[in-house]
Structure formats: structure tokens, C-alpha cells
Design a protein around this ligand. Sequence first.
Ligand SMILES: [Zn+2]
Length: 168
Amino acid sequence: MRDIVHHPGEMREFTIDAPAPEKWGEGLVSVAAGRDVRVEVRLESVHEGILASGSLETEYDGVCGRCLIDIAAPVEVEFQELFAYPGEEASDFEVQDDHVDLETLVRDAAVLSLPFQPVCQPDCPGLDPVTGERLAGSTGTEQGDPRDIRWAALEQFTPDHDDEEPRA
Ligand SMILES: [Zn+2]
């Protein structure tokens, strides 16, 4: 990158194929350490620093937030960030000597793209509140009103946000 630093107008494009160096994400789903990550990135030298833009592809796995079955899905996310030269305008990212911290940028983009409430399928009915068994795939014709069961399961797995709500 040395050849484009402080050379506005210069540009480099490259592809990185590397395993995730650590687990990305702390929620129900995450990108496991060692998972293949492909990053296509373009570094553009601008007056303020280095503009990094590109996309990453990998895969997350974890559990469905409703029925707890194992799930996995592709992650595809685009990113763009200005790495500013030190001492110029405030930025979360800075050019360090002659390099930029792409790993942190890519990790943040991947983590932010992970679903907060992952589901195995959009209408996953969750678990039977009585038996604890997974309801998805069952016909459910003898279980009365399925909507009631769905809501019961949803309530069971809704994260506790009471702290953020005003008290009555
Ligand atoms: Zn599910």
C-alpha cells in the first residue's frame, strides 16, 4: 500500500481469501473462527486518506431464535470506510504508517450484518410450549388455534428489553 499513500488518485484492487481469525459475533448466530472469508476490496487514495470499499462473503451458523434448531446461511455485505491520515478529520479508522486495518473493518461489517433474531424459516412456529418439541413441519391440525401457540413461543424467546421501556 506504500505506493498509494499520499498519492491521491492512485487505486489498488485485490481479493483476500482467509479464514476468520476469531469468532465474529456474540448473538445466536456468528461467523465461526476459521470460517472461509472472501473479501474483495478497493483502496483509493484520496486527499483525506485511504478510502476502502468492497464486499465480503462468508457464512454464519448458530441456532434459530424460536425453535433452536441449527441454522446456517451465507453472509454477503458491502462496506465502505475512509481511513483518515492521522491528525486530519476525526475518524474511527486511521491510516497507520503505511497500512490500514482491514480486518477490523471487515469484522465490524460482518457482525453488523448478522440477524439479531435469526430464524430457520420466516414463519417458524417455534417450540410447543407444552411439550417443548419443535413445531415446524408438523401439521398441527389437532392443536387448536396455532396462532396462540406461535405467540406463546415468540414471547418465550423475545429478549428482555424491559429496561429500555418507560415504566407505567
Ligand atoms: Zn426455527
